[in-house]
Design a protein around this ligand. Structure first.
Ligand SMILES: [Zn+2]
Length: 454
């Protein structure tokens, strides 16, 4: 049996000086206990929070492992306090659109993962047109957490759903309790402006990207997709929401009783058009970052609980080939963020008083577990839950340096950002998996596939 003692534990909504008793993988006691005969983990002076859950990453494995693989991606995760990730189905080969491909992915990554993981399955426009719903049902039965769909897709061979296809899909499955996570940008708006901007030789860099992916493309797609999910039993989650107008629609739908949630990314919460214009290689992402007023509204909606969680949308492109390009349309879209999400949001959110500590734990740990339906064992510090814990030294100040990332994407728009609070140790299912001084203490393969609670 292990005992964590001396730390300030986030329990029942507040920090308390308590011990945590761990037997094998689970927490079996929170309180004050005798240390006799137990393996002691000293947490004196440290804050103990539940392990973070990042419900949106692209680890590209198998198929694009020059960009990222499950070993580098999950090392980056646990070094930054993330103990569970959910991998997207669209940026690996083969794409996870049927059961066979799900197991090709699982067999490729199972001996590499250092943190726990879940999978999204995929459904695309061509599958709906072919009335291929058998693969979706099989994937769900195998334990994928939900399905990723696109309103506008730039991923090759991963076709978006037209509104007609979305409407048909949701109507057919309306009795099921299935999670659909949508990249919500309107196809018609983006196709039109993308073509126009590409022809206009005067527009370049970040300015061209802003014009090609207009603000209204998001609220229009949020409104439509959430309208189709209304009156069904399905759940809709808006990935990387970037516009305050999109969030307002989510709020209204919630008030109507629609089962809808949304996530914001660190870059949409912290970066603006100015960053994109001055540094397009590092800041280009879809949807684009927005204006300063919009970004501050996202924080307000996060604190109010309208935005349910924070996810990195981690994507690491190869620097020379995919990022270091002059033409904005040739730069791979996406930001390498899994190494810093937890401490960055802690510092910018809690330390800078934009959100409370309680809200931080909700958006980084509790809410993702609830949305993903894995909260029986994940997402909090409580008896019988997995002992997934992060030790933070809130007195430590440090600077973000892309070259120190464990991810293969060793670059970041947050270069030299000052962060208050450092992850000192990460514990996953009762085992210390990362220690600031000793490095990684488990091998690839320690991470487990997490399925929905039954
Ligand atoms: Zn993504």
């Amino acid at each position: 049996m292990k005992i964590i003692t001396g730390g300030m534990v986030y329990y029942n909504g507040e920090l308390q000086n308590l011990d945590i008793l761990i037997d094998k993988e689970s927490i079996i006691g929170i309180g004050k206990f005798s240390l006799d005969g137990k393996e002691i983990i000293d947490a004196t002076g440290l804050m103990i929070l539940p392990g973070g859950i990042d419900m949106h990453v692209h680890f590209n494995d198998p198929g694009f492992t020059d960009r990222e693989d499950f070993e580098t991606g999950t090392k980056a995760a646990i070094s930054s306090g993330i103990t569970t990730i959910v991998d997207m189905p669209c940026t690996s080969i083969p794409q996870v659109k049927n059961k066979e491909n799900l197991y090709i992915k699982f067999n490729s990554i199972k001996n590499k993962a250092l943190c726990d993981y879940a999978f999204y399955g995929g459904i695309t426009g061509d599958m709906v047109r072919d009335s291929n719903f058998k693969d979706l049902i099989e994937l769900y039965d195998e334990g994928v957490i939900g399905f990723k769909i696109y309103g506008y897709s730039s991923a090759p061979y991963y076709e978006q759903l037209s509104y007609g296809e979305m409407y048909e899909l949701f109507s057919l499955l309306k009795k099921e309790d299935i999670l659909f996570t949508i990249h919500a940008e309107d196809y018609s708006i983006i196709t039109h402006f993308m073509e126009k901007v590409k022809k206009d030789k005067k527009l370049k860099g970040g300015e061209a990207w802003i014009k090609a992916r207009p603000y209204l493309a998001e609220p229009v797609c949020v409104w439509n997709s959430s309208r189709f999910i209304k009156d069904t039993n399905l759940r809709l989650h808006i990935a990387h929401i970037s516009t305050s107008e999109g969030v307002k629609i989510v709020k209204e739908r919630k008030e109507e009783g629609v089962k809808i949630s949304c996530e914001a990314t660190p870059h949409h919460l912290l970066l603006t058009y100015e960053d994109l214009i001055s540094n397009p290689k590092l800041t280009k992402t879809s949807p684009p970052v927005r204006c300063i007023e919009n970004k501050e509204l996202l924080w307000k909606y996060l604190e109010k609980g309208v935005i349910d969680c924070v996810a990195s949308d981690h994507f690491s492109g190869e620097w020379k080939k995919e990022k270091d390009q002059e033409n904005i349309f040739k730069i791979a879209s996406g930001i390498s963020g899994i190494d810093i999400i937890f401490p960055l949001i802690f510092s910018e959110g809690v330390i800078k008083k934009r959100i409370s500590l309680k809200k931080f734990v909700e958006v980084m740990c509790e809410n993702p577990a609830k949305i993903l339906k894995i909260n029986k064992n994940k997402g909090g510090i409580d008896i019988w839950k997995d002992a997934d814990l992060v030790f933070i030294d809130i007195k430590r100040k440090w600077k973000i340096k892309g070259e120190k990332f464990y991810s293969k994407g060793k670059y970041t728009p947050f270069e030299n950002y000052e962060v208050f609070g450092k992850v000192i140790k990460t514990i996953l299912r009762g085992e210390i998996v990362f220690d600031e001084n000793r490095g990684f203490l488990v091998e690839g393969g320690f991470g487990k596939w997490i399925k929905r609670d039954s």
